[in-house]
Design a protein around this ligand. Structure first.
Ligand code: NAI
Length: 241
């Protein structure tokens, strides 16, 4: 029987690559996103709406055993603390942190019942190191690292594993949006900024979403049965500098 994977934010970038890779590896995939996609079973969902997330995942669990959750939906926000309004902070936390809380909480009853499950949370290298002008995002990603650790501890007795992936700079629509915003404000040249970004990575290039998807597939699989509570860095060497 096919294993079942729920992915949040699976319509673009890293999430889309995850959906495609899990489909190619014989998973039945549900994609909870606010933007539609043709890959996997699309479920319209605003991750900030706790009741909606709970209802969708509970309905999936009524018909399927949920084996894997990849909590991936997220937004970027560039500003230091002084330029981050209370609303900005709340918005970033509602999507990046509260959305993950809702999704993790909703899959646990199904995973507990079967005494098996793998939760993969897409955090960021910014859970480990701070980056300039990223106050709210840094904070939200650190919180996700903690979500993975505490979930791993509390649910180890149910054979539920929870790990966080900490990607460095990955070439996705979110990345391009962040670069565009920066260039609009600073007047910098986009190609140059892109080259400079690549040069910041010891491997001298940005990561690709497919590379992150491979790590998610591994962590979800039976090849990773002793890995839980970990923060898995995938960043071309950025954070060891
Ligand atoms: P993306 O912008 O390409 O995709 C994000 C997806 O999340 C989109 O499909 C979007 O519709 C969905 N989403 C956003 N807000 C939502 C909401 N309220 N409800 C439902 N869906 C929502 O972004 P990307 O780059 O693929 O990022 C995915 C995750 O990876 C994010 O959590 C991001 O913080 C993280 N990440 C990205 C890095 C990068 O360099 N691209 C680096 C490290 C982490």
């Amino acid at each position: 029987m096919k294993k079942v994977c729920v992915v949040t934010g699976g319509s673009s970038g890293i999430g889309l690559s995850i959906v495609k890779l899990f489909l190619n590896n014989n998973y039945h995939v549900f994609n909870l996103d606010r933007n539609p996609s043709n890959f996997g079973k699309f479920c319209y969902c605003d991750i900030t709406c706790h009741q909606q997330v709970t209802q969708i995942i509970t309905e999936i669990a009524e018909h399927h055993t949920i084996d894997v959750l990849v909590s991936n939906a997220g937004i970027h926000f560039s500003a230091n603390i002084e330029n981050t309004s209370e609303d900005d902070l709340i918005n970033v936390f509602n999507i990046n942190v509260k959305g993950a809380y809702s999704a993790v909480k909703a899959v646990l009853p199904s995973m507990k019942a079967q005494k098996n499950g793998a939760i993969v949370i897409i955090a960021s290298d910014q859970a480990l190191v701070a980056k300039h002008n990223s106050f709210a995002y840094n904070l939200s990603k650190s919180a996700l690292a903690s979500l993975a650790k505490t979930t791993a501890l509390d649910y180890a007795p149910f054979n539920i594993r929870a790990n966080a992936i900490c990607p460095g700079t990955i070439e996705t629509p979110l990345y391009h949006q962040a670069i565009n915003n920066y260039c609009e404000h600073s007047g910098a040249n986009k190609d140059l900024v892109h080259q400079e970004e690549a040069a910041l990575q010891p491997l001298n290039r940005l990561g690709q979403p497919e590379e992150v998807a491979q790590l998610a597939l591994f962590l979800a699989s039976d090849k990773a049965t002793f890995i839980t509570g970990s923060l898995q860095v995938i960043d071309g060497g950025y954070t060891v500098q």
